[in-house]
Design a protein around this ligand. Structure first.
Ligand code: UTP
Length: 409
């Protein structure tokens, strides 16, 4: 697009401010700005004009039946055999969500490169890959592993994997793709300039993985390779166990379109999203959307009715995912601190939320799947989130859990 066409496009979208510094840019800067504007997804801003009702208010919730640890252990060998067969046959592939910015952790660089070690280098990526190699020992399988990065961390992530010899995995089985970005605006919906030649953008949330995967062209490769199920997992749990044959076997045997690893909520107030049914369809409800009464509801045996907390480790049927493509994933508008260049051309690092980001959430995909099987895992063995630098769900708590599981730090 040339200057005139870009100006026209911005006018139609009420975003002419992005050309404010045009006259100050050299030829390279001008070209860069035009290219950057062309890539912007303006459609996402429509959500400001027509906000969707995402609160779940007025919906009918009911508990969903899952598999408890005891039930899984009682059938472990059978599930494992089914899972290992599926792994060996190439039906299973993995997708690591590593496009987040990890702002709460507050470190530079990809979150997965964060060093959990104390006396040695042990990145989050390495912790997870060690678990994977362990789980694949019996089957000897090497499923295709896709790593979703963002424009902000793609190069560094790829470099880190290369430097670390793909953490003992087969390099040719690892593929990277970049998730889409969405523009960031001020509180009035005007896109902020991050630099004079660069509009502010941010990764469009962890729910955008399926559309980004399709755009990347890797989906074709996945299907041609015979994959039927995708194990999608988050980077920020150092005890994460994707490619767990028992979980895979349990999900496949259930006939459901999706399996979800879950921990039992340790109290009605625990801040995790819970799996349930919303108007008869599988859904994840965030803790702040549960009423006091629902959060405290108990079954006949005294256990919490809404007790399956999700840990972002899902097995999705690709066939079902394809059917959901017609559905539009909701866009959440989140207030965040967004660095920007002010009208005088000065760079500003806001101390408080100054703008809006547009994000899709992986949990919203669950409601498209129709049916889901919650599989309970032991919290102390599989759930050590690294969200914050200190306090709850932090590097300290995750290190303690790694040690508890026999990992040398
Ligand atoms: P979080 O929701 O914890 O976000 O991500 P985050 O960006 O890592 O951390 P904060 O909120 O800035 O502190 C949960 C998982 O989803 C991935 C993350 O990499 C993590 O594995 N994610 C998140 C993406 O892949 N893309 C995104 O746009 C956001």
């Amino acid at each position: 697009m040339n200057y005139e066409q870009t100006k026209e496009l911005l006018k139609r979208n009420g975003q002419e401010q992005l050309l404010r510094f045009w006259d100050e840019l050299d030829e390279t800067g001008k070209e860069k700005l035009l290219r950057n504007i062309e890539r912007l997804d303006f459609a996402v801003l429509e959500n400001l004009k027509h906000p969707q009702n995402l609160s779940g208010e007025g919906s009918r919730l009911s508990p969903v039946k899952g598999l408890s640890v005891a039930e899984i252990e009682a059938n472990e060998q059978r599930f494992k055999t089914i899972g290992n067969e599926a792994l060996k046959s190439g039906k299973i592939a993995g997708l690591l969500l590593a496009g987040g910015q990890g702002t709460r952790l507050g470190t530079e660089g990809p979150k997965g490169a964060f060093n959990m070690g104390v006396t040695r280098e042990l990145s989050i990526f390495a912790c997870q890959m060690n678990n994977i190699l362990n789980d694949l020992r019996e089957s000897g399988a090497r499923p295709l592993l896709l790593v979703m990065t963002s424009e902000k961390n793609n190069e560094e992530t790829q470099e880190f994997w290369k430097e670390n010899g793909y953490f003992g995995y087969d390099a040719e089985k690892v593929r990277f793709f970049v998730q889409d970005a969405a523009p960031c605006t001020d509180m009035n919906g005007k896109i902020l300039p991050e630099e004079k030649d660069t509009p502010a953008t941010s990764p469009n949330g962890n729910g955008g993985w399926f559309s980004s995967l399709k755009k990347s062209g890797l989906y074709e490769e996945l299907k041609n390779g015979g994959a039927e199920w995708l194990n999608v997992y988050a980077v920020d749990n150092v005890l994460q166990r994707p490619f767990d044959p028992v979980f895979i076997g349990a999900t496949l045997e259930s006939g459901k379109a999706c399996g979800a690893k879950c921990v039992r909520k340790n109290s009605p107030q625990e801040k995790v999203g819970v799996l349930c049914e919303k108007d008869g369809k599988a859904a994840v409800i965030e803790y702040y959307e549960l009423t006091e009464e629902t959060a405290n509801a108990r079954a006949a045996d005294g256990s919490l009715e809404y007790s399956y907390g999700v840990i972002l480790n899902y097995l999705f049927s690709l066939e079902r995912l394809e059917e959901t493509e017609r559905e539009t994933i909701p866009v959440h508008i989140v207030k965040k601190k967004i660095p920007y260049v002010n009208e005088r051309g000065e760079k500003c690092e806001p101390q408080r939320e100054n703008g809006l980001k547009f994000e899709t959430l992986a949990v919203d995909l669950i409601s498209f799947m129709g049916s889901v099987l919650p599989c309970e895992v032991r919290r102390e063995k599989e759930f050590a989130p690294v969200k914050n630098a200190t306090g709850a769900d932090s590097v300290e708590t995750a290190r303690a859990l790694l040690e508890l599981n026999g990992v040398t730090l």
